[in-house]
Write a protein that binds this ligand. Structure first.
Ligand SMILES: Cc1cc2nc3c(=O)[nH]c(=O)nc-3n(C[C@H](O)[C@H](O)[C@H](O)COP(=O)(O)O)c2cc1C
Ligand code: SF4
Length: 653
């Protein structure tokens, strides 16, 4: 593809050569089978190799029994891991993709245990970590020796399994980064006490990994160039360590990221959401690249090939990590190569089904591409037999996905949408502060449906008579939802708006103080509160939870919270609304039932979720018309479930 000549150029990393500069960096998929590589993980990575990724770095592999940071970590600490890694290598390497495995020890960053009892966390020093509230024990020298040796043994296992190399994880505040960090490492022995002492552990680990991996293998290092945390690893210390390591010939490449697991703000960088600019770490990577003799890879919201090409052309990196770009569109590299760049489904950094699933303990997926994580069921489209005429009612995410899949299988698909534009609630959701990229979901789905041959007409209200007139062979109903209005006691001139009223016309909200009633704990309550504040209103956010956004993926919630705090929105936790009059909202504490009053208000806004619009579906089923309901018209949920419903319906019809 003419616009991305550099991205498609091979790159030598020590003894191996990547066919292009698109890298899937290590990411925990929550797909391991009892600590081992299983069928689903193999299918997941094979899909990305088939799609043309230049290099795949397999998720963190625990090198030692003390290296368990979740209950589902992949294990690399005994020989029983070899057959699983070998299956991965056999699946990935025939596609020409270089395959590397991460070597990992979390140190004090222990998020959970295998059975609910907190394990003993080990770290350079007994300095607690803020986010997981873990107080570790300082490692004894003998234990350090054992863990260093464990990195070497794990490296040997991965190479024996047929991988091309290993990558030591010293990023995000994990064990090697804790040794480098003067705030976390207060040792006075040979492993602390000055920069050289703090670098000793990492240097020994890399030497052990190199020795274990042997001469033909690539050895890389993942490093946070600064952790954006007052108690974290400073950028100058990270740079100095990277230079020392690279100058000593201990690594074949450096993979740059930022942030730390140790604090909420630092952790937001591990998987930056859509509030971070694209390629926001490129200049830091460029500083490192100018200072070291080995290739530099950079991560951080590089979601499109043009973005990656700009980074490469500016000389800021030698290759680009495009991890979520590949979670969202495994075929992306192939599309670039074949000049089909306009077909790429760009990741919108919503963090919902990738890292959001990780935090909830579920296997990875993507809201836009629910085939991800379900490769064995939906990996290949089954041609329609016979091809039929399908009517889809509603062009929100569910209807568009169903149309795209059914049409791609060969059905003749017509989509009728009542509104003047497709998109349903997604278009509105994209108008919430810090959420504008979200509307890209509809642009992507619309393109997919059109390219597959589905015909779309807007402004078409459909009832059962219209359906019968259309005479389609099958009907998919995706009529969505409308705002839910809870039963409130309203007196006098109580002014009540829905969240979508505010989003549609924020300028028309009367001046004064407003209270948002948030029963969902999702994006809408927080977003509407911020939108009102941005339009000059004093805002209170009354939520049934301990804090707003309780149902959101952590890194998204934290970014939204930054906006809420800066906008000086007052949060009233643990309350439900039961009534309002012209200037007061009457709330009730959810635990004590005691009244809580918010006075002096101009009005209240309901962020109380939705109810299904299922009239058409009910009517068709009552008439015996074979119709399938999908998305919010079945039960209001999120875009993730809508698109998945669309995939299932489009695949099965
Ligand atoms: C679900 C998920 C799990 C992750 N787990 C890891 C991991 O095991 N090791 C690691 O170094 N980074 C991990 N990351 C961070 C990614 O490697 C990458 O740095 C991040 O997604 C930012 O790159 P991107 O903007 O291209 O997605 C994870 C990311 C995601 C989405
Ligand atoms: S779920 Fe959202 S952030 Fe994750 S890969 Fe898909 S589009 Fe990107």
């Amino acid at each position: 593809m003419a616009e991305t000549p550099l991205l498609l150029t091979p790159l030598a990393l020590g003894p191996v050569t990547l066919p292009n500069r698109i890298v899937s960096s290590g990411h925990d998929t929550v797909m391991v089978d009892a600590g081992r590589v299983g069928d689903q993980l193999v299918a997941y990575h094979e899909a990305r190799a088939r799609g043309g990724a230049g290099m795949i770095v397999v998720q963190v592999g625990a090198v030692h029994p003390s290296a368990r940071y979740t209950s589902h970590v992949l294990l690399a600490d005994d020989d029983a891991c070899i057959p699983g890694y070998a299956r991965l290598a056999q699946a990935v390497r025939p596609h020409g993709t270089v395959l590397v495995g991460q070597l990992f020890h979390p140190g004090r960053e222990v998020a959970e245990s295998s059975d609910g009892a907190a394990p003993v966390a080990l770290a350079p020093s007994a300095v607690p970590t803020e986010r997981f509230r873990v107080m570790p024990r300082a490692l004894r020298t003998r234990e350090i020796d054992e863990i260093v040796a464990a990195y070497g043994a794990a490296a040997a296992r991965l190479i024996a399994a047929g991988l091309d190399g290993v990558e030591v994880v010293a990023s995000h505040g994990y064990l090697p980064a804790q040794f480098l960090n003067p705030h976390a490492n207060v040792r006075t022995d040979a492993y602390g006490d000055g920069p050289a002492g703090r670098q000793r552990f990492l240097a020994q680990v890399l030497a052990a990994a190199r020795a274990g991996a042997g001469p033909g293998a690539v050895v890389g290092l993942r490093l946070s160039l600064g952790e954006d945390d007052p108690g974290g690893l400073p950028e100058e210390d990270a740079l100095a360590a990277a230079r020392a390591i690279a100058d000593a010939g201990l690594v074949d490449y450096l993979s740059v990221t930022t942030g730390t697991s140790a604090t909420r703000r630092g952790a937001g960088h591990i998987v930056p959401d859509m509030t971070f600019p694209n390629a926001y770490l490129a200049s830091a990577a460029g500083r490192l690249r100018a200072a070291v003799p080995v290739p530099v890879l950079v991560a951080g919201r590089i979601n499109q090939p043009q973005e990656a090409e700009r980074v490469l052309a500016a000389g800021q990196a030698d290759a680009c990590v495009m991890t979520r770009a590949l979670i969202c569109d495994p075929e992306m590299p192939r599309k670039v190569r074949e000049g089909r760049g306009e077909e790429i489904r760009a990741c919108v950094a919503c963090n919902q089904a990738c890292i959001g699933h990780f935090h909830a303990g579920y296997p990875i997926s993507c809201i836009q591409h629910p085939e991800t994580g379900r490769e064995r069921r939906f990996g290949r489209l089954v041609p329609a037999s016979p091809a039929r005429r399908i009517l889809v009612v509603g062009a929100g995410p569910a209807g568009l996905k169903a149309a795209a899949i059914a049409a791609a299988r060969g059905h003749r698909v017509r989509v009728l949408e009542a509104a003047s534009a497709p998109g349903g609630q997604v278009r509105l959701a994209g108008r919430l502060p810090g959420r504008d990229e979200f509307a890209g979901v509809i642009d992507n789905l619309l393109r997919e449906a059109r390219r597959a041959g589905a015909a779309l007409e807007t402004g078409q209200r459909v009832d059962a008579e219209v359906v019968e007139r259309e005479g389609a062979d099958a009907v998919i109903v995706a009529t969505g939802a409308r705002p839910y209005r809870p039963d409130l006691e309203l007196r006098g001139d109580a002014r009540v708006l829905s969240a979508w009223d505010v989003v549609e016309s924020p300028d028309r909200v009367p001046a004064g103080a407003w209270a948002v009633i948030d029963t969902r704990g999702d994006w809408v309550g927080m977003g509407v509160a911020r939108l009102l504040a941005a339009h000059g209103h004093r805002v209170s956010l009354a939520t049934t939870g301990y804090a707003p956004g309780e149902t959101l993926p952590q890194y998204v919630r934290d970014q939204q919270m930054v906006g809420l705090v800066r906008a000086q929105v007052r949060v009233v936790p643990l309350v439900r609304a039961f009534g309002a009059d012209e200037d007061t909202l009457y709330l009730q504490h959810v635990l004590t039932d005691e009244p809580v009053l918010l006075e002096g208000l101009a009005g209240v806004v309901l962020a109380a979720g939705h109810e299904p619009v299922s009239d058409l579906l009910d009517d068709l089923l009552a008439r015996g018309v074979p119709a399938v309901g999908i998305g919010d018209c079945l039960a209001p949920r999120s875009v993730e479930e809508a698109v998945l419903d669309g995939l299932v319906a489009g695949s099965e019809i």
